[in-house]
Design a protein around this ligand. Structure first.
Ligand SMILES: [Zn+2]
Length: 69
């Protein structure tokens, strides 16, 4: 004897969605980004540059480092 035990689930209304979900990332409003740029002297080549990344290497040297085995 099997009872029909299916819960009637109300389908969630899809109109309650992130209204910005359809927008490309650059169009979405974003919280004010903290600019944490800092001046870095590349440990690889000595180039002085500004970055907001936590690296002490310029892009070039970082690429070289990334490629090395
Ligand atoms: Zn460098």
């Amino acid at each position: 004897m099997t009872e029909p035990n299916k819960e009637q689930k109300q389908p969630q209304c899809t109109c309650i969605k992130d209204p910005f979900a359809v927008l490309p990332p650059e169009m979405r409003p974003r919280p004010q980004k903290k600019s944490n740029l800092r001046q870095v002297t590349c440990l690889g080549c000595g180039l002085v540059f500004w970055t907001n990344r936590e690296t002490n290497y310029c892009m070039d040297c970082e690429k070289k480092l990334g490629q090395g085995s």
